[in-house]
Ligand binder design. Structure first.
Ligand SMILES: [Zn+2]
Length: 194
């Protein structure tokens, strides 16, 4: 909460200074918007950290690659998340919490907090899993060949913690033509502005 107090103190100082020095109203409005935006970001991050207080590897700001054993993850992660993320499981189609979600926001890795997808890249797919046409950044995810269960597929893994997220197919919509077919259980959605 120290960070929140600092933001409020700095914000108040800027606003009072702006009034005293008679800055024009547009500048004052822009300053308030910046403070509110920064405050919201800090609040989101603080809540996410609190929700993962038993996971010392979880971070929405640290992008350093993680090297954590499955035995360690098993002690930390909920059973359904561990099964998909570390044992390459798949949730039932139409069963996940995000396959119909169309709110604006960001999808993070439920294991490590890495930024994975923006809602702008999500599209309504009939496959029953949340589907995106592109990852948030080129390093958000990485890929591996997957020749299991008698099929040749490309597996999608988290770029930070190497957790299994799903697979990618080339039957997606423009502009990429790709379909990231993901498991809801390893995603964490944060709506914009909350
Ligand atoms: Zn991750």
């Amino acid at each position: 909460m120290a960070g929140t107090k600092t933001v409020l103190t700095v914000g108040s100082f800027i606003i009072v200074t702006s009034i005293l020095f008679d800055m024009n109203k547009l500048n004052l409005f822009a300053t308030i918007c910046c403070c509110v935006f920064f405050f919201n970001c800090k609040s989101q991050n603080n809540k996410a950290m609190a929700d993962h207080k038993d996971n010392p590897y979880y971070s929405r700001t640290d992008t350093a690659h993680l090297h954590v054993s499955d035995a360690e993850w098993k002690k930390i992660l909920p059973k359904d998340v561990y099964n998909i993320a570390r044992e390459k499981g798949t949730e039932w189609a139409f069963s996940g919490k995000y396959y119909k979600t169309d709110e604006r926001g960001t999808y993070y890795c439920a294991v490590c907090g890495n930024h994975l997808f923006k809602s702008d890249a999500k599209f309504a797919s009939s496959c029953g899993w949340p589907s995106f046409y592109e990852a948030m950044t080129p390093t958000s995810v990485r890929y591996e060949d997957d020749n299991s269960v008698g099929m040749r597929r490309t597996e999608v893994l988290c770029g930070r913690c190497d957790s299994h997220l799903g697979h990618i197919f080339d039957d997606g919509p423009p502009p990429t033509g790709m379909r990231f077919c993901m498991n809801s259980a390893v995603l964490e959605f944060e709506p914009d502005g909350k």
